[in-house]
Design a protein around this ligand. Structure first.
Ligand code: CU
Length: 116
Protein backbone atom coordinates (compact mmCIF):
# COMPACT_ATOMS: atom_id res chain seq x y z
CA UNK A 1 0.00 0.00 0.00
CA UNK A 2 1.27 3.45 -0.84
CA UNK A 3 0.44 6.36 1.42
CA UNK A 4 0.44 9.94 0.30
CA UNK A 5 2.01 11.95 3.07
CA UNK A 6 2.01 15.68 3.46
CA UNK A 7 5.31 16.92 4.76
CA UNK A 8 7.08 20.13 5.46
CA UNK A 9 9.55 21.21 2.82
CA UNK A 10 12.47 23.29 3.97
CA UNK A 11 14.40 25.65 1.79
CA UNK A 12 11.66 27.02 -0.40
CA UNK A 13 8.40 28.89 -0.13
CA UNK A 14 6.15 25.88 -0.30
CA UNK A 15 4.84 24.70 3.02
CA UNK A 16 3.48 21.38 1.93
CA UNK A 17 4.10 18.96 -0.84
CA UNK A 18 2.71 15.61 -1.78
CA UNK A 19 5.09 12.75 -1.52
CA UNK A 20 5.32 11.41 -5.02
CA UNK A 21 4.74 7.79 -5.75
CA UNK A 22 7.95 6.18 -6.88
CA UNK A 23 8.02 5.30 -10.54
CA UNK A 24 10.22 2.89 -12.40
CA UNK A 25 13.45 4.60 -13.42
CA UNK A 26 14.85 2.10 -15.82
CA UNK A 27 12.28 1.71 -18.52
CA UNK A 28 11.06 4.76 -20.42
CA UNK A 29 7.33 5.30 -20.09
CA UNK A 30 5.55 5.24 -23.43
CA UNK A 31 4.95 8.72 -24.77
CA UNK A 32 6.64 10.44 -21.86
CA UNK A 33 9.31 13.11 -22.06
CA UNK A 34 12.29 11.63 -20.25
CA UNK A 35 14.31 14.07 -18.18
CA UNK A 36 17.40 13.06 -16.23
CA UNK A 37 19.32 15.06 -13.69
CA UNK A 38 22.06 14.40 -11.20
CA UNK A 39 23.51 15.80 -8.02
CA UNK A 40 27.28 15.43 -7.63
CA UNK A 41 29.37 17.00 -4.87
CA UNK A 42 26.57 19.45 -4.11
CA UNK A 43 26.16 20.61 -7.70
CA UNK A 44 23.77 19.82 -10.49
CA UNK A 45 25.24 17.60 -13.16
CA UNK A 46 24.66 18.36 -15.93
CA UNK A 47 24.51 22.09 -15.13
CA UNK A 48 20.98 23.40 -14.56
CA UNK A 49 19.14 23.55 -17.84
CA UNK A 50 15.66 24.10 -19.15
CA UNK A 51 13.47 21.39 -20.59
CA UNK A 52 10.37 22.22 -22.62
CA UNK A 53 7.30 20.06 -22.26
CA UNK A 54 3.98 20.44 -24.01
CA UNK A 55 1.08 21.12 -21.68
CA UNK A 56 -0.76 17.87 -21.11
CA UNK A 57 2.35 15.85 -21.82
CA UNK A 58 3.73 13.25 -19.47
CA UNK A 59 7.10 13.80 -17.82
CA UNK A 60 9.30 11.02 -16.53
CA UNK A 61 11.88 12.63 -14.29
CA UNK A 62 14.83 10.63 -13.01
CA UNK A 63 17.38 11.97 -10.54
CA UNK A 64 20.55 10.35 -9.25
CA UNK A 65 22.67 11.70 -6.43
CA UNK A 66 25.84 10.98 -4.48
CA UNK A 67 24.15 11.86 -1.18
CA UNK A 68 20.72 11.33 0.34
CA UNK A 69 18.48 14.11 -0.88
CA UNK A 70 14.90 15.13 -1.44
CA UNK A 71 13.91 16.26 -4.89
CA UNK A 72 11.14 18.84 -5.17
CA UNK A 73 9.27 19.66 -8.36
CA UNK A 74 7.95 23.15 -7.71
CA UNK A 75 4.52 24.09 -8.98
CA UNK A 76 3.46 20.47 -8.98
CA UNK A 77 4.65 20.06 -5.41
CA UNK A 78 6.05 16.63 -5.88
CA UNK A 79 8.72 15.40 -3.50
CA UNK A 80 10.66 12.20 -3.72
CA UNK A 81 13.80 10.86 -2.10
CA UNK A 82 17.03 9.86 -3.81
CA UNK A 83 19.94 7.92 -2.37
CA UNK A 84 23.36 7.12 -3.74
CA UNK A 85 22.34 3.52 -4.37
CA UNK A 86 18.81 4.33 -5.45
CA UNK A 87 17.94 6.97 -8.04
CA UNK A 88 14.55 8.60 -7.61
CA UNK A 89 11.95 8.83 -10.31
CA UNK A 90 8.56 10.35 -10.75
CA UNK A 91 6.02 10.27 -13.54
CA UNK A 92 3.53 13.10 -13.81
CA UNK A 93 1.26 14.82 -16.30
CA UNK A 94 2.19 18.43 -17.00
CA UNK A 95 -1.24 19.96 -16.50
CA UNK A 96 -0.04 23.42 -15.41
CA UNK A 97 1.75 25.77 -17.74
CA UNK A 98 4.68 27.83 -16.56
CA UNK A 99 8.30 27.57 -15.56
CA UNK A 100 9.00 25.30 -12.63
CA UNK A 101 12.19 24.67 -10.70
CA UNK A 102 13.28 21.19 -9.80
CA UNK A 103 15.45 21.37 -6.70
CA UNK A 104 17.45 19.01 -4.59
CA UNK A 105 16.71 20.36 -1.17
CA UNK A 106 17.76 22.44 0.53
CA UNK A 107 18.70 24.63 -2.38
CA UNK A 108 20.42 23.09 -5.35
CA UNK A 109 18.66 23.87 -8.60
CA UNK A 110 18.81 20.81 -10.84
CA UNK A 111 16.80 21.98 -13.82
CA UNK A 112 13.75 23.92 -14.89
CA UNK A 113 10.73 22.45 -16.61
CA UNK A 114 8.91 24.83 -18.93
CA UNK A 115 5.38 23.70 -19.68
CA UNK A 116 3.79 25.52 -22.61
CU1 CU B 1 11.71 23.19 -3.24
Amino acid sequence: MILLVALTVAGCARQEAARAEPAVCGSPAAGAVRVDAGLRAGRAEPAPHRVEVAEGGTVQLGVSADVDAEVHVHGYDLVFPVRPDQPGCVLFVATRSGLFDVEAHPETLLLQIEVR
